[in-house]
Design a binder for this molecule. Structure first.
Ligand SMILES: O=C(O)[C@@H](CO)OP(=O)(O)O
Length: 247
């Protein structure tokens, strides 16, 4: 049996301001830093240890990983960064306030943009100053690989090659992975692992900074999954994420 630990980054400045974030590279708040440390303390108390860490190229996930590893006294672990673990790109919504957007377009429309499998938010123009296409960290990617918007289906399509080529082989060779990523890149992975339907995935929300443990069999099929720590608190935090998009 293998264990895979997934952690959504701690609260970011734009989580606090309730703004659509996507690929915008915002930092953690003090609360977010504390959540990341708490995740590490919880993992340590439960006897978890890791061989390799994975994260995105965005600082809210990277710094979450650092704080978590620090609490585990594992700052020396190898860390694999991939843009494929980045948050789902939020297109032209990046930077807008979620509740204000819901007031303008309605809760239903915002739910579709936030949680549907196949409907992306309106795209950024390629020359929009918010576009990440000229960002040096994506210089090796083709322009088409740097999204102007994404629905969850698009995120699944770019996360899965990384899972298949890097993460899954590492798990198969017995390495213990901790992954610090984002609400929607984790939803993409969970949808694939648990075989969640396109309709049911709308109801899945991932709370900040709480380790989500997957127990996998030899074929990497999930046997069970659970949040570490207080299950009721994790459920409440997930429900709070769901209501961020209400007007
Ligand atoms: O804004 C975002 O990029 C994500 C995660 O913070 O938000 P949401 O929960 O609305 O998908």
């Amino acid at each position: 049996m293998h264990k895979l630990v997934l952690i959504r980054h701690g609260e970011s400045t734009w989580n606090l301001e309730n703004r659509f974030t996507g690929w915008t590279d915002v930092d953690l708040t003090e609360t977010g830093i504390e959540q990341a440390k708490q995740a590490g303390r919880l993992l340590k108390a439960e006897g978890y240890d890791f061989d390799v860490a994975y994260t995105s190229v965005l600082k809210r996930a990277t710094r979450t990983l650092w704080h978590t590893l620090d609490e585990l006294d594992r700052t020396w672990l190898p860390v694999v960064h991939s843009w494929r673990l980045n948050e789902r790109h939020y297109g032209a919504l990046q930077g807008l306030n979620k509740a204000e957007t819901a007031k303008k377009y309605g809760d239903e429309q915002v739910l579709v943009w936030r949680r549907s499998y196949g409907t992306p938010p309106p795209p950024l123009e390629a020359d929009d100053p918010r576009s990440e296409r000229s960002d040096v960290r994506y210089a090796k990617l083709s322009p088409e690989q740097v999204p102007l918007t994404e629905c969850l289906k698009d995120t699944v399509a770019r996360v899965l090659p990384f899972w298949n080529e890097s993460m899954a082989p590492a798990i198969r060779t017995g390495r213990r992975l901790v992954v610090a990523a984002h609400g929607n890149s984790i939803r993409a992975l969970v949808k694939y692992l648990d075989g969640i339907s396109d309709d049911a995935i709308v109801g899945l929300n991932i709370p900040n900074g709480i380790p989500l443990v997957y127990e996998l069999d030899d074929e990497l099929k999930p046997l069970r999954h659970y949040y570490l720590g207080d299950a009721a608190a994790a459920e409440k935090a997930a429900a709070a994420v769901a209501s961020q998009g209400k007007g």
